[in-house]
Design a protein around this ligand. Structure first.
Ligand SMILES: *Cc1c(COP(=O)(O)O)cnc(C)c1O
Length: 385
């Protein structure tokens, strides 16, 4: 049998609008980490998400690092962060030699549990050692319950940074997650809902924060002709070529959300009758972009665990991925505190991300469904034989 082309979890999906902007950059010789596409992308992005200021950067991770730098996170400083996430949410804390403390998830959105956060802040306040920041992650295209989290942060005057790398296109009470805290970060990595091949954005309503981040990202040059430096600088700016790709992608963001939500609807239609399969819920406070369709598989009911299903898909050259391994279980974060963790652990144990690209072909999606169903049917066949 001829092997079929690989079906990826979440591949890039160009719109056709990108090349005009890229060509313009070549034609005008703005082949540099600044230029008209960068300025326009920042402005257009602000309009789409409803932020006042933005700086386009080389990655979402760089955006998070700059937010921590601006807030003065340094050696030994505690930062509270969601445990159920990708390591990029927490690595910048270690870049600064800070101390990460991981907060467990709730079950409505799978994101940070607001009650656990409030309790932790309360307890820290009583000890007289408040954390320097909170990093709130909006996972898989869905916003956390921001209001109570923001209220807790405001009560103790701890700045909130939102990691919305996976949540562009989602809403929280009609607004974009990532625009509620002191700063928000977005990612345009190749697997995200829109991409620049690699890139990120830092947004804030605080103009001073964004202009400081812009300076740090440009080698921290002071305004002097002889290249004066009074702070440690970074080379974190986005190229004008890539910003052109971003402008083309931004135009189709809403189409991409609709396509991803349609993927989800099809999976739910075709799989929700199976025993032990449940879908990541859509919390009542907003729209889930369904960047990824995520299911949990109860092995006792389904007769197969998520790893069996993942390997069955892999055998047919289809990429599926376990839910993020929580940060409090990662060797690199051994020795850091965590508050709870059992909820995130159960999502990791049973959770599986299915192919979710906005360009996923219906034939391929039907194959995914068939293979997942077969894992259940095999077991029943054996039981009944
Ligand atoms: C992708 C991602 C990031 C990092 O973004 P990059 O642009 O790849 O650096 C950060 N946090 C989360 C939750 C992500 O999924």
């Amino acid at each position: 049998m001829m092997s079929r082309p690989r079906v990826y979890l979440s591949p890039p999906h160009m719109s056709g609008h990108e090349q005009a902007y890229v060509q313009e950059a070549f034609a005008s010789n703005w082949v540099a980490p600044l230029g008209p596409n960068v300025d326009a992308f920042e402005q257009e992005f602000c309009e789409v998400v409803g932020a006042s200021h933005a700086v386009a950067l080389s990655s979402g991770t760089a955006a998070l690092h700059l937010a921590l730098l601006h807030l003065g996170i340094g050696p030994g400083d505690e930062v509270l962060v969601s445990t159920l996430t990708f390591s990029a949410s927490a690595n910048p804390i270690l870049y600064q030699h800070g101390r990460a403390t991981f907060i467990d998830s709730e079950t409505d959105s799978w994101n940070m549990n607001p009650a656990l956060l409030a309790e932790t802040l309360h307890q820290r306040a009583q000890q007289g050692t408040l954390p320097k920041a909170v990093i709130l992650v909006h996972l898989y295209g869905q916003s956390a319950d921001i209001d109570p989290i923001l209220a807790a942060c405001q009560e103790y005057d701890v700045p909130l940074i939102e990691d919305a790398a996976e949540a562009l296109g989602a809403t929280y009470k009609g607004k974009t997650p990532g625009t509620y805290g002191r700063a928000g970060i977005f990612s345009f990595n190749g697997n995200k809902i829109i991409t620049t091949s690699g890139g990120g954005m830092l947004v804030s309503d605080d103009e001073a924060l964004i202009s400081h981040a812009r300076k740090l990202a440009t080698q921290a040059r002071e305004p002097a002709p002889h290249y004066q430096h009074a702070e440690i600088g970074y080379n974190y700016r986005m190229s004008n070529i890539l910003a052109g790709i971003g402008r083309g992608q931004l135009q189709v963001l809403e189409d991409r959300v609709q396509a991803r939500r349609a993927n989800f609807a099809f999976y739910r239609e075709e799989l929700s009758d199976l025993p032990g399969i449940t879908f990541m819920p859509e919390a009542p406070w907003g729209r889930h972009s369904r960047w990824l369709t995520v299911i949990t598989i109860d092995p006792a009911q389904y007769g197969a665990d998520r790893e069996t299903v993942r390997l069955a898909l892999e055998a047919e050259n289809i990429e599926a991925r376990p839910v993020w391994k929580p940060m409090h279980l990662q060797p690199i974060f051994a020795g850091y505190d965590s508050v709870g963790g059992a909820v995130a652990e159960s999502f990791f144990a049973n959770g599986l991300c299915l192919p979710s690209g906005s360009n996923l072909h219906p034939t391929d999606q039907a194959r995914v469904v068939e293979i997942v169903r077969r894992c259940n049917a095999n077991i029943h066949h054996e039981v009944w034989r």
